[in-house]
Design a protein around this ligand. Structure first.
Ligand code: CUA
Length: 332
């Protein structure tokens, strides 16, 4: 039964390609996947051996107590010594050494390397992503979506403002924690273009399960174009709706927490919305970034993601809400 469950689990992991550690796209995740298959193979071998022995015990010919009285001398300890002690000791020792070898093979950031290009800061319950390469005028902040160039190492600094979170993009890297007051670093690399889903991997409160991050690996040209666009200030609203929506944003609650570069909104405690329409998800990728979800998120964040800092903004009229959403949706 264990064997069947494990086989089923592994099949499921392979099918869910977007977040499966069994479909690696980089050297670090590849080494973890190889180790996982070795562990799986050993698990299967031990399970088969167990079932053979159990079957043998169940069906072997037995005499009666008269034919074969219980032996006076103690026997059978060798089964316990070999099966219960030596075999597990050998297997666990070999797997432990292989495990250490995989961990030692992870690329790390050394003091002589340039500082990380990207800082990821964990919040309950979203990911702040700061691009900090080059002059300060080129730095910018985004959220819940990291873009990287394909085929190149990218160093990321990891920290947290509140509790411990864990950065895990199963197809790219192993887990690394974001710890308040303890800057960590990770070097990631994706060798195929694509969007790779990750999930906070350390329990961090009520909405831990809704703390999703996407890594988008792009060709160098696409990546440079993305960087150049993200560095720009927000698009000026052109339609009447969007212009009115901008006023709703700037004069209401939104600007107290959110920043939009190029406007007076400079709140620093919630995701930077300068290019929010270019992002794939809302609410740390809990929801697709579309009109219905955006309206629902603005007015009923507490129903969609209870305990999140974003309040229910139910004070707007229907027209104000429509204008606000029109404004946000042209921030591409
Ligand atoms: Cu953040 Cu779990």
């Amino acid at each position: 039964m264990n064997t069947m469950c494990a086989a089923y689990l592994f099949t499921m992991l392979q099918m869910n390609g977007s977040q499966s550690m069994m479909s690696p796209v980089g050297a670090a995740s590849q080494s973890i996947t190889t180790l996982a298959w070795i562990v799986f193979g050993v698990f299967i071998a031990v399970s088969v051996l167990m079932w053979v022995l159990i079957t043998w015990v169940a069906v072997r010919r037995r005499g009666t107590l008269n034919d074969a009285p219980p032996p006076e001398s103690p026997g059978g300890q060798s089964w316990i010594l070999v099966g219960g002690l030596m075999i597990p000791l050998v297997i666990l020792t070999v797997l432990f050494i292989l495990n250490l070898n995989v961990m030692a093979g992870f690329p790390i950031h050394s003091d002589s390397d340039p500082p990380p290009e990207i800082q990821v800061i964990g919040h309950q319950w979203w990911w702040e992503v700061q691009y900090v390469a080059g002059p300060v005028s080129e730095h910018f902040s985004t959220a819940n979506e990291i873009h990287i160039p394909v085929g190149r190492d990218v160093d990321i600094g990891l920290t947290s403002t509140d509790v411990i979170h864990s950065f895990w993009i199963p197809r790219i890297n192993g887990k690394e924690d974001l710890v308040p007051g303890q800057p960590n670093m990770i070097r990631i690399r994706a060798d195929q273009p694509g969007t790779y889903r990750g999930q906070c991997a350390e329990y961090c409160g009520a909405q831990h399960a809704h703390m999703i991050i996407l890594v988008v690996a792009q060709t160098p040209d696409e990546y440079d174009a993305w960087l150049a666009h993200q560095r720009l200030p927000a698009t000026e609203p052109s339609s009447d709706e969007a212009k009115q929506g901008e006023q709703v944003f700037l004069t209401g609650a939104c600007a107290l927490c959110h920043a939009i570069r190029g406007t007076d909104a400079a709140g620093g405690i919630a995701p930077d919305l300068t290019h929010m329409a270019s992002r794939q998800g809302l609410a740390a990728n809990t929801l697709a970034n579309d009109t219905a979800n955006l309206e629902a998120w603005v007015t009923h964040a507490q129903s969609l993601k209870p305990n999140v800092i974003m309040p229910n903004l139910t004070q707007y009229t229907g027209v104000q809400l429509r204008d606000l959403v029109a404004y946000l949706q042209q921030l591409n």
